[in-house]
Design a protein around this ligand. Structure first.
Ligand code: PLP
Length: 393
């Protein structure tokens, strides 16, 4: 069965060019980049090149790039570094809609006595900037706000927020795991101190991440060990993945225009058709301030899990915004923070596209999904009573 993969915010396919760049470094060129011999030295040279490719994607200098194992490690390293370098400050400012890589870390730190300010969001998922400014107290060690939300694609104005933090002498970190490679990022044009991203969201493999640390930012390493990454992250380098990430960043820089035009066009085609064909459906999150590849749509009175299962029968891959499988029947913390009504939040589906999706794939989903929703609703007691009430008006 052909797979229609619309779950690129979960992970992406490794690009064939990336795989090709990586392969020799598993078997042929397996030297340790720290070795004195030239067999290792040639690998060190390729890592230097990859660091330049990664830096170029975000307008950084190679020295500002630290390779990590994933986005989660980068987020943890950034926040813990700020806490270690400002030990007298005991507050972290963040938002209610962060990924668990930040949210669960903050919950853990709260258990250790840190004060966490979790900023609320508005109905469209955006930040209230006045409230943000009010949260910047002198005891704040770090602000950590995501650039793009993984569930809705909504973009926070992190560059503005970083300026406001800086004016108050507070370091600013952003989780850019979902935005890197999808929207232009130029670290020369902002005051963000630390930025995290992850290879597997931009067609590089899983298990490789980046922490950008602006030159001059105080930094305390999370993983302490060897001298790798200039002592900022110990551990023998994941050579093939670093080289793959370099290639992926080079490709992403080349594809940024496509991402914002062709991918947006496909996303909008899908969104408009589904909203037009399926009654009681709506988009969650601001429709302008969002990633080009993401749409989060709620179909009222159906369970997201049911939709996913039936789409799966056609090979269509997406994600749901509720967590019924956990037994909690709780919709996602992101949709709850946005005040999405219960009956809407339960039937929410995130479609996240990539440059590799085609119009045929989108049209296939447009054809298959409306009857799936109709079928599920015909089994829903809520929907039947709503339909009867509407018919009697
Ligand atoms: N932050 C965001 C916004 C994410 O979407 C993800 C992964 O989905 C992460 C952090 C964690 O990244 P990784 O899977 O590389 O640890």
């Amino acid at each position: 069965m052909k797979i229609v993969y619309l779950d690129n915010n979960a992970t992406t396919q490794v690009a064939s060019e990336v795989l090709e760049a990586m392969l020799p470094y598993f078997h042929e060129y397996y030297g340790n980049p720290s070795s004195m011999h030239s067999f290792g030295g040639q690998v060190a040279r390729r890592i230097r090149e990859a660091r330049e490719q990664v830096a170029a994607l975000i307008g950084a200098t190679p020295d500002e790039i630290i390779f990590t194992s994933c986005g989660t490690e980068s987020d943890n390293a950034a926040i813990r570094s700020a806490l270690a370098t400002y030990p007298e400050r005991r507050r972290i400012v963040t938002s209610r809609v962060e990924h668990p890589a930040v949210k669960s870390l903050c919950a853990n730190l709260a258990g250790q006595g840190y004060r966490i300010t979790e900023l609320p969001v508005e109905k469209n998922g955006l930040l209230d900037m006045e409230q943000f400014v009010g949260s910047l107290t002198p005891d704040t060690a770090v602000v950590s706000l995501m650039w793009a939300n993984n569930e809705t694609g909504v973009l926070f104005p992190v560059e503005k927020a970083a300026d406001l933090s800086h004016e108050r002498g507070i370091p600013f970190h952003t989780d850019a795991v979902q935005s890197t490679g999808k929207i232009p990022i130029d670290m020369k044009k902002n005051m963000i101190d630390m930025l995290s991203f992850s290879g597997h969201k931009l067609h590089a493999p899983k298990g490789i991440g980046v922490l950008y640390v602006r030159k001059g930012t105080r930094f305390s390493p999370f993983l302490i060990g060897g001298h790798q990454e200039k002592g900022r992250r110990g551990g023998t380098e994941n050579t093939p993945s670093i080289i793959g990430l370099g290639k992926a960043c080079e490709l992403a820089a080349r594809h940024l225009d496509t991402e914002s035009s062709a991918v947006t066009r496909l996303r909008d085609r899908l969104e408009e058709a589904l909203l037009a064909r399926i009654p009681q459906s709506r988009v969650n999150g601001d429709i302008l301030q969002r990633l080009p590849n993401t749409t989060n749509i709620s179909f009222e009175f159906v369970e997201g899990e049911g939709i996913l299962l039936l789409m799966n029968e056609y090979g269509i891959c997406a994600s749901s915004g509720s967590a019924c499988t956990s037994g909690s029947l709780q919709p996602s913390h992101v949709l709850r923070a946005m005040g999405v009504p219960f009956t809407m939040a339960h039937g929410s589906i995130r479609f996240s596209l990539s440059i590799y999706n085609t119009e045929e794939e989108i049209d296939f989903v447009i054809e298959k999904l409306p009857p799936i929703i109709e079928r599920l609703r015909s089994m829903s007691p809520y929907w039947t009573s709503v339909a009867q009430a509407c018919a009697s008006v």
